[in-house]
Design a protein around this ligand. Structure first.
Ligand code: 5AD
Ligand code: SF4
Length: 439
């Protein structure tokens, strides 16, 4: 018997890449690979890349540079690049870094086993197609191995919105939803393997419209169907677009017992002029109205967002409108970025905001968001939350889990294991987490 070959996957970017990496690892299991946690002992290295902002691609090239020594020491080592940089750069990756054996775009992962066989013969393999056949149907291997208490499940992929700054519609392709029965089968399978919380993933997850038994079903209907899965305790979803927050989905936040009171709803900017130039097709007021309606049905919901500062032609006044919107919303968490020029997107051609201006705005924006986040976290002290425990903490006897609002919660208690759920009384708010005691 030959020893199994070792596969090291390094994942960049969003949660969808995390999910894709898991599926690729399973697919490569069929080729005789087991996963390893270090590049040093790998027979194959696969970078699952992200193209959303400039530095991400540069990071990939410098990471590839680091593997040169490994390849010299072990000429049989195979190196592959997957993900959105693979899709966007294609052959260019092999030109710039000739030791790369394989380049595979996000819609072709089910072809990875064939591609691996090809590179083993010393050939190069490149696939950046958008094939007709759905990759997930071919990728989901259903291994029965136990899993941790939380999992991602991709239900929708791609985007038809074409925000003027964003590469996603080009790298992930058009919007596609997986059929409801496939999602439910995968969810039940995850629950059997120990999963208690599922986060439904999609670049535009709330535009989900998967085929169901009686026609297409929207995200709210899918969530209600998942609500009936025994053993599943919590449902989350990400990422959403404000225009696809329909009535049924807003109401589900009030009525659906397993849907968590947390919503990631990017707005990007608070100035209507900039939102229009971003091709967001919503206004600051329509966004605020969605938040208001969510709070009507679920007053304690935590809102999270994405922001871009320094989009082309953003003035100080426009930026101020973003700060005003943040003040109005009160975010529980947020991700903020300096606008990064993405070749091939409409905004790349427009007059750019100077870098030092972007830096300054980002700092001010983050200072405000950090204050808000801290405030909302501090407000949890004295309250009772539900915690799904995930792993032991750093101190002896400590367990860490997540509250319904996605705060990390530390508890020191005996007899609590990963996967357990318990009510916890919050006693203290620290930099990035809460601590409390079991009730
Ligand atoms: N520059 C900066 N941030 C971007 N994002 C997407 N494209 C860009 C870009 N070109 C951010 C948006 C999006 C998040 C995933 O990344 O805020 O919601
Ligand atoms: Fe990108 Fe806009 Fe689509 Fe989100 S909605 S993936 S930001 S184009």
């Amino acid at each position: 018997m030959t020893a199994p070959k070792k596969l090291f996957i390094k994942t960049y970017g969003c949660q969808m890449n995390v999910y894709d990496s898991e599926r690729m690892a399973e697919a490569m299991g069929g080729q005789g690979y087991v996963q390893t946690q270090t590049a040093d002992d790998a027979d194959m290295i696969l970078l699952n890349t992200c193209h959303i902002r400039e530095k991400a691609a540069e990071k990939v090239y410098s990471e590839l540079g680091r593997y040169k020594g490994l390849k010299v020491a072990k000429p049989d080592l195979k190196i592959g690049v997957a993900g959105c940089v693979a899709q966007a750069e294609g052959e260019e990756i092999m030109r710039r870094q000739p030791m790369v054996d394989l380049v595979v775009g996000p819609q072709s992962y089910h072809r990875l086993p064939e591609m691996e066989a090809k590179i083993r013969e010393g050939k190069k393999a490149l696939d950046t197609d958008f094939p007709e056949e759905g990759k997930f149907d071919k990728l989901i291997a259903r291994p029965k191995a136990k899993r941790g208490p939380t999992a991602f499940l991709t239900v929708q992929e791609g985007c038809d919105k074409f925000c003027a700054f964003c590469v996603v519609p080009y790298t992930r392709g058009a919007e596609v939803s997986r059929p409801v029965d496939r999602v439910l089968t995968e969810a039940r399978d995850l629950v059997e393997r120990g999963v208690r919380e599922i986060t439904l993933l999609g670049q535009n997850v709330n535009a989900y419209h998967g085929a169901g038994p009686n026609g297409d079903m929207g995200l709210a209907q899918l969530i209600w169907a998942l609500n009936d899965v025994d053993g599943l305790e919590r449902i989350r979803f990400t990422t959403s677009h404000p225009n696809d927050m329909d009535d049924a989905l807003i109401e589900a936040h009030g009525d659906c017992p397993k849907l968590m009171p947390y919503l990631h709803l990017p707005v990007q900017a608070g100035s209507d002029k900039i939102l229009k130039r971003m091709n967001r097709s919503h206004t600051a007021a329509s966004y605020l109205r969605v938040i208001e309606r969510l709070r009507e049905v679920r007053p304690d919901i935590h809102i999270s967002g994405d922001f871009i500062v320094g989009f082309p032609e953003e003035t100080e006044e426009d930026f101020q409108a973003t700060l005003d919107l943040i003040e109005a919303v009160r975010y529980g968490s947020a991700y903020s970025f300096k606008y990064s020029t993405r070749p091939g997107t409409p905004a790349a051609e427009r007059p750019q905001v100077p870098e030092d201006e972007k830096d300054d705005r980002l700092q001010r924006l983050q200072a405000l968001l950090t204050r808000q986040q801290r405030q909302l976290q501090d407000d949890m002290v004295g309250r009772d939350v539900s915690v799904l425990f995930e792993k032991p903490g750093r101190e002896a006897g400590q367990m860490v889990g997540k509250s319904e609002y996605l705060h990390s919660v530390h508890v020191t208690a005996d007899g609590v294991s990963p996967g357990d759920m318990a009510r916890v009384h919050i006693l203290e708010s620290r930099t990035n987490s809460l601590s409390g005691q079991l009730i």
